[in-house]
Design a protein around this ligand. Sequence first.
Ligand code: 6R9
Length: 711
Amino acid sequence: MADDLNDVTEDDDEVSESSEALIAVHWRDEGYYPPPASFVAQANASDPAIREQFTEDRFPDDFTAYADLLTWFKRWDTVLDTSEAPFWKWFVGGELNASYNCVDRHLADKANKAALIWVAEPESEAHQAITYRELYVRVNEFAAVLKSLGLKAGDRITFHMPMVPELPVAMLAAARLGIIHSQVFAGFSGTAAGHRIADSGSTVLVTVDGYYRSGELLDHKVKADEAVEAAAKEGQQVDKVLVFRRYPGQYSAATPMVEGRDVFVDDLLAEHKGELVEPARLQATDPLFLMYTSGTTGRPKGCQHSIGGYLSYVAGTSKYYQDIHPDDTYWCMADIGWITGHSYIVYGPLALGTTSVLYEGTPNYPDAGRPWRIAVQLGVNIFHTSPTAIRMLRKVGPDEPAKYDYHFKHMTTVGEPIEPEVWRWYYESVGKGEAVIVDTWWQTETGGFLGSTLPGIDPAKPGSCGPAALGILPVILDEDGNEVPAGSGKAGNIVIRNPWPGVFQTIWGQRERFVSTYYAKYNKDPKSTDWRDWPYFAGDGATEAADGYFRILGRVDDVINVAGHRLGTKELESVALTVNEVAEAAAVPVIDDVRGRVVEMYVSLKPGFAPSAEIEAKVRDAIVKDIGKIARPKNIWIVPDMPKTRSGKIMRRVIAATSNFTDTGDITTLANPEVVEKIRQQVQSAKHAKGEVPRELSETELSEIKSFGSE
Ligand code: 6R9
C-alpha cells in the first residue's frame, strides 16, 4: 500500500513534467478513470459548462440553484446575510419545512413508490418497503406523539437509535414540528449519549429495546438507563424515554422499563392512529438538527445545521454528485448516527424522492457476500460506503462480488483517505469496471461534500478526492497564511474561502469555540462583515496537484480517525484519568490496514501502584463505557513515565512513533530522554510477541505519525 500512495505522487509529477503523449497513455492506463459513456448519457451533470454557473463572481446567488430544488412556503429575501460574520445566514426570510420537502411533496406523483427499504440483519426476516404514502402516515403519527408530549419548535430531542426505519421516521417527525433532533450513534455508550443529552438540553430520549449486530440481538435499552443517569449527573433531567420495540408487541431487552418514565412507542402510536400534523412554517435559518463530533477538548461539539441552507445543499449535492434520479435504488451503507447518514441516507435522497436503502447490520454478517446479495435482491444501482468497509470486505471476501449479478452505475467512498490499491479493488471488483467512483471529502461541520469529482464530467483519480465541489472555493495555506500553489507538491492546511449553504451555523452553546476553532486562524479583522475575511479552517492537511485535484492527508489536530470516525484524544485521555490509579494518559493513533487508524493508550500510574492487567482492563472498560466500542484501544501500555518537554507537555509524537515502529525523531529537547528507549523496548517487544509489527508506512502515514500532537 505504501507503494501505491507513491504511485499517486508520481502521477501528479507526470502531469507537469512528462510529454503530452506520455501523459495521455499514463493517465488512461493508471492515473485517471473517465466515466463510461453510458453513465455520462444519463448523468444529472454531464456538461462541463455547469461549472460556469458556480464561479466566484456568481457567488452567493449561484447556490439558489440548489435552493430551487426545494419547495418553499415563502421564498427568501436575502440569499446570504453576512452581518454577523462568521455566523452565516442563508436564504433569510425564506420559510420551509424539511419534513414536507422529504415526504409530503412527493405524494402527488410518488405516493406508492418506496421511500425507504429496510433490510434487517437476519436474512430470514423480510425486507420492509415503506412507500412515500406510508412514510407520510408514520411521520405524522409520530409527530402527533411528540406534540402530545408538549414538545415544540426549538426544543431539543435526543435519539439513540440504530439503523431501523423508526429513526428516519422520528427525524422527519421532529423536523415537521421544528424540534431540533440530535441523533447519537447507537454504537456509542449510554454515558456518551448522556453527555450529549445534557449538552443539548433534551428532556426526551428516543431509543429501541434491541437490534441486531453480527448475529446478536443486543439489549439497547440498558444504554438508555445509563444515558439518563449520566445526563442527570450534569444537571439535565430526562422526563420521558420513548422505546420503540424491534418486534412490536414483544419486548426484546432484559432491562426493565422504568415506571412513569419509559413508554413503548407502539402503545403511544395506537393513541394517535391516523392523526395528521401540519408541517410547521419554519424560517430557513432555524436549526434542523445537532450532530455531535469530537474536537481537541473533552467536550463534544454539537454542530448545528440549518433547515434551509442545509437541505438545499444536501439536495443539490445528492443530485449532482450522487447522481440520484427518482428511479434509482440508492444504498448508503453508512450509519445515520454519523453526518453521512443524515445527509446522504435521509435528507438528500428523500428530498429528491428516490428510494433509500437502510441496513440494520454489519456488512460481513453472516459472510462477506451479504452486501452483494442485498444489491441483487433490491436492484441497488448506487452504492455508498467507507474505505474501512471496503478494506474489510476486500480482506474477508475479495472474490465475493463476482459471484453476484448486480450492477452499480455509481459508487462513493467517504470518511478517510483511501489507498489507491483499495480504490482499485473497489473499482474493479465491486464496481466491475462499470461504475464511476466519487471520493467525497467533507465533514460533520460542512453538511455536505466539499471536494469530489463531478461523476459525469471529471475522471476519477485514485487517492484524490478531486476538485472543489460546485461553488466551493478552497485554497491551501501554510501556517503564515501564504498560498501553497497547485502542483508545488507541498502540503498545507486546506481552507475554504467562502461560505456555502451547508456549513454549520454554530457549535451548540459554544459560540466562541465555533469562531476560534474554525475561523480565527486565518481571519485578519474580527470586526469584518465581508465573507472574504473569514476563510473556513477545516483542520485537514492536503496537497493540490497541477490538475486542481486535492489529496487529503488527514487531520492536523489531535483527532484520531478510527474507521472514518473522529475521536478526540483529550476525550480519550480524560476517560483514562477517571481510573483511580492513573496519573497521566496519552492517546495516539496506530496505522491499521482495515480501520485506517486505531487508538493506543499510554498511561503512567500514581505513586504506590504497580502495573497490572487489572489496571489495563479498568482503562479499557472505562473507555468502552464512556465512549463506546469504536474507541476500544488496541493496546494499553502502562509506562514508568511519559516522554515530556521541559515544560511538562507529553510528547505524543514520540510515543506515536514507538507504537508505529517509526523513528522517534529528535528527543534531545526532552526533560527525560532516557525514558524513550525504555518505553520503546517495553512496547515493541510486547508487540513483536503478539505479532503486531506494522508494514512499512507510506510517506503521508509517516508524516502524520511524526507530527502527531505537535504544538
Ligand atoms: C463526512 C465525514 C471528517 C474528517 C475530515 C477528514 C476525513 C472525510 C474524507 C476524509 C480523506 C475523504 N475525511 N472524508 N479524508 N478523504 N474522502 O467523514 O465527516 O466524521 O466529521 O469526519 O474525515 O479528515 O476532516 P466526519
